[in-house]
Design a protein around this ligand. Structure first.
Ligand code: NIG
Ligand code: FE
Length: 418
């Protein structure tokens, strides 16, 4: 067998391993858990996929001065103490595959109209559904590729993406086929694709009829053809009830999919409690979560995924992040990138909002976009921290210190060193 190809990064201004966060299962994180190493080195193996060199596994991490002799011959990149290295960011909640434009709805909301009013008049999700149904698979793929490239430019190496803008059998499958093509197109990114047929009830059909299609036709096909890794439902007033959501999630779990919930976003439906009870990977949004919901998540293995970019964009009150954290819940942050309630892929900008309005500390912010977000996808065995044996999914930041990631508000994707 040929010797493995190794690469070395030396003189990173700092490297955060996140080891202590993993040891604490992402809960009650303190500053020293980030595992900060000054003047650090990282050794990793590479593999070739489609003619490109892709980082494979971390082989060693530590101080540059302690780099073992056996790695001295490997090809090295000197970061000259100007760039920090962190585990690649994980965006654990996006609606990345869609077509169309909703800027006019944003203008109406700026003039005082609410998201719910616009949705009731046939705008909102249903408007994106119309555009996504009429877009070709090629066009959806092209749009999605641009978005993945943008996400990579923020240091994102792992992305969850949902269907849910088809709301009929064929278009939901079209969205999921695009997700499958993205997995082939971007071997350096790890994706989780999620079937979110239960995002809204399509226009012109009864809810009962659509539920029947999802349960009898789409979900079984999605699972048997392995078109998605997970299933999500939007449980909220005007969307799906707790009972309907629970039926879909249980059917998905029986079919072998992981489960996630859009929970307690616009109103409290006790869907956080449901997510915890069903052993969901994550309960997301949580703007309206109750004390009972907080306790349920804190005592479960379900990650609380907060999306403060969405609360900001909707001018809604933020999720009770501090109470979740203090009660011992594992809290992650994600972008919720979608055309209605959070039109950005800039996860670092979402971290800035979380720092200011959710009151997360530096260590909590770091955990929330690395290990904890990996847990929200069930990927924590492979990703989320930088330790020997795990995936070499890292980001070299264009700054010296990790906190510049969110101190520099809304810096552009792909920025070179500042
Ligand atoms: O995550 N909550 C439901 N779905 C999206 C909004 C989607 C849209 O408006 O297009 C969300 O906020
Ligand atoms: Fe969402």
């Amino acid at each position: 067998m040929a010797a493995e190809s190794l690469r070395v990064l030396v003189h990173a201004s700092e490297l955060l391993t996140g080891e202590g966060i993993r040891n604490k299962d992402g809960r009650l994180i303190e500053e020293h858990d980030v595992g900060q190493i000054a003047d650090a080195a990282l050794v990793y193996s590479v593999k070739r996929v489609k003619g490109r060199e892709i980082p494979a596994k971390v082989r060693w991490v530590g101080r540059t001065a302690d780099l073992p002799k056996k790695f001295l011959k490997a090809r090295r990149t000197d970061l000259k103490l100007r760039r920090a290295v962190i585990p690649g960011l994980v965006d654990a909640h996006t609606h990345l595959v869609f077509a169309g434009d909703r800027s006019s709805e944003f203008a109406r909301r700026c003039g005082g109209a609410t998201y719910e009013e616009i949705a009731r008049e046939g705008g909102g999700i249903l408007r994106t559904v119309t555009a996504t149904r009429s877009a070709s698979e090629e066009e959806l793929f092209r749009l999605a590729c641009n978005r993945v490239r943008e996400a990579q430019g923020y240091g994102i190496r792992t992305i969850e993406l949902k269907s849910g803008y088809g709301l009929d059998h064929d278009t939901e499958l079209k969205q999921l086929r695009v997700a499958r093509r993205l997995k082939m197109e971007f071997p350096e990114v790890l994706f989780q694709s999620t079937y979110l047929g239960a995002h809204a009830v399509p226009k012109g059909r009864s809810k009962a009829e659509y539920l029947d299609e999802m349960l009898r036709k789409t979900l079984p096909e999605v699972a048997s053809r392995k078109l998605a890794d997970a299933c999500d439902v939007f449980i909220d007033e005007g969307y799906f009830t707790l009972e309907e959501g629970s039926r879909i999630l249980q059917a998905a779990a029986r079919a072998g999919l992981r489960i996630k919930v859009h929970a307690d976003e616009l109103s409290n439906t006790a869907s956080s409690e449901l997510a915890a009870g069903l052993g969901a990977l994550s309960a997301d949004h949580l703007l309206q979560i109750s004390d009972a919901g907080i306790e349920a998540l804190a005592h479960s293995n379900t990650t609380a995924v907060l999306l403060p970019g969405t609360a900001f964009y909707l001018k809604a009150a933020h999720a009770p992040a501090r109470r979740l954290i203090e009660r011992g819940a594992r809290v992650a942050l994600a972008s919720d990138f979608n055309p209605g309630t959070c039109m950005t892929l800039n996860l670092p900008a979402v971290m800035t909002i979380a720092a200011l309005y959710l009151g997360l500390s530096r260590a909590e912010l770091f955990a929330a976009v690395t290990y904890n977000a990996a847990c929200a996808l069930g990927f924590q065995e492979r990703r989320g921290t930088l330790e020997a044996g795990l995936d070499a999914a890292f980001a070299i930041l264009p700054f010296e210190r990790f906190e510049e990631l969110y101190y520099r508000f809304a810096w552009p994707s792909g920025a070179k060193a500042f």
